[in-house]
Unconditional design. Structure first.
Length: 479
């Protein structure tokens, strides 16, 4: 009976943890705001949106984009360190804290592009149609499988998400009935493939057989989810006087209901000698948040071809709706595990996430003047953003690394003949990364008996640090 219980525990652990692997990282989809010109202004681009970059910030700004083509790309260079700590109770009942070696995570060089085109029409060019496709600024972090020849302490959170490719194509329409008012809306689609590679333990949490994290019971999983999720955005811009603009926009949530395949490499423990996987199909469900943005921009007159724009904006992302990840097992099951009912089909589960709403305050400026080159202008940009974390401290992990952060940005642009604009940008993200007390950490191993998270030893206690640089180049052409 004890052997049968262990086998059931092992199989349930493999199914539930493997299913959760590929979806949790997507909650970091909006690690940073996006766009070369907007980030040069610190992300303050709600009231001042006036080119194809408006598709993310405020679609009403497309009314000022005219006939244009935009292409830009940025590199999100993200690095992180995690020093795991756990609490262990010895034979005498004393609780001791054990510290693991530090593990480093990094991202490959992957340009994150924006491509868009707009066309104005109508007698007064009061209507604008636009199409764009852009990639969220999401770090694809890789961690090593081993540190100093031993299994990495981060392996139960994530190893890598290599091969993931998500993009948001959309079509948009903006209307400017009078010079003082603009309105816009768009239909979007989050689409692509998300891969996640992770190690999980197949030991029950109550130490029936061996240690809970015995490497002989490590199971390697690779989950691939195909995501196609519609959403939408709408916004307005009011310009009561030429020197003052107000902007308001709302991004609808994405509801993810994605088919997935899950492939596992079973442990090398003897109980799995004759075991094999039968079927790979699963479905994962979760929600990404709605976003509301408000901003005000002033543009004082300076004369002599000089233009100054300064914007203050506020953004709230409603991550509190990301409360769980729900996994439905379609045809995923195991066969041939010693003492295990053959086959075993797994029950559906719900994994708690318990994220919180995040708030961001941005201040950005843009100063344009004549350039030394004939028929050209140059623009200097700068800005700063402060953002609170969407991940409560006790839920921070290598898979969901987030913290309160400050993001200064600078940018430069050159416009030639009023048609071609070349932009460059640099932003650095300073993060107030937390130390997660092992006694307060709440990212558990899945309970192998019941198949859903319970109060087992947490895997996310320890010290974190991370930083990011964003480098970007772009161009806009008025045709």
């Amino acid at each position: 009976m004890r052997r049968t219980f262990f086998a059931v525990s092992v199989a349930t652990t493999i199914a539930t943890l493997a299913a959760a692997t590929g979806t949790a990282h997507a909650a970091g989809l909006y690690f940073s705001d996006r766009g070369v010109r907007p980030l040069g202004r610190g992300g303050a681009f709600v009231a001042g949106a006036d080119d194809i970059g408006a598709t993310w910030y405020n679609p009403a700004g497309l009314a000022d984009a005219g006939d244009s083509f935009l292409l830009d790309a940025s590199w999100l260079n993200f690095s992180a360190e995690f020093t795991r700590k756990t609490q262990v109770t010895d034979a005498g009942g004393t609780v001791r804290t054990y510290q693991y070696p530090t593990v480093d995570g990094s991202t490959p060089f992957i340009p994150l592009p924006t491509i868009g085109i707009s066309k104005a029409f109508g007698k007064q060019k009061q209507f604008t149609f636009a199409f764009s496709i852009y990639v969220p600024y999401t770090p694809v972090v890789s961690y090593p499988e081993k540190v100093n020849g031993l299994p990495a302490p981060s392996r139960y959170s994530v190893i890598n998400a290599e091969g993931s490719a998500l993009a948001i194509p959309g079509v948009y329409f903006a209307w400017k009935p009078i010079e003082q008012f603009r309105v816009g809306a768009g239909v979007q689609l989050l689409a692509g493939k998300f891969n996640s590679y992770q190690v999980l333990t197949a030991n029950p949490s109550d130490r029936l057989i061996g240690a809970p994290e015995d490497p002989h019971y490590d199971t390697y999983t690779k989950l691939s989810a195909t995501i196609i999720s519609p959403s939408g955005t709408l916004g307005i811009i009011a310009e009561p006087i030429k020197l003052l603009r107000f902007g308001l926009s709302f991004q609808l949530p994405f509801w993810i209901n994605a088919p997935a395949t899950n492939n596992v490499r079973l442990p090398d423990a003897a109980i799995f000698d004759k075991a094999y996987q039968d079927g790979t199909g699963e479905t994962v469900k979760f929600r990404l948040p709605p976003i509301i943005r408000v901003g005000v921009q002033i543009s004082p007159e300076l004369g002599d071809g000089q233009v100054l724009k300064a914007e203050l904006s506020y953004v709230r992302e409603f991550w509190s709706m990301h409360d769980s990840i729900d996994i439905n097992h379609e045809d995923f099951k195991l066969r041939g595990v010693t003492g295990f009912p053959d086959p075993f089909k797994f029950a559906n589960i719900s994994i708690p996430r318990n994220f919180q709403d995040s708030n961001s305050f941005r201040l950005g400026v843009e100063y344009t003047r004549k350039a030394p080159i004939a028929n050209a202008t140059m623009t200097f940009r700068g800005g700063m953003a402060f953002e609170t974390s969407a991940v409560p401290k006790e839920y921070v992990s290598p898979l969901s690394t987030d913290a309160d952060k400050i993001s200064p940005g600078i940018g430069f642009g050159m416009t030639f003949g009023g048609r071609l604009r070349i932009d460059a940008m640099f932003s650095h993200i300073f993060a107030f990364a937390p130390d997660v007390d092992p006694a307060e950490a709440k990212v558990p191993r899945i309970n192998p008996a019941s198949g859903y998270p319970t109060q087992t030893e947490a895997i996310n206690g320890g010290s974190y640090s991370f930083r990011a640089n964003i480098l970007g180049l772009g161009m806009e052409y008025k045709y």
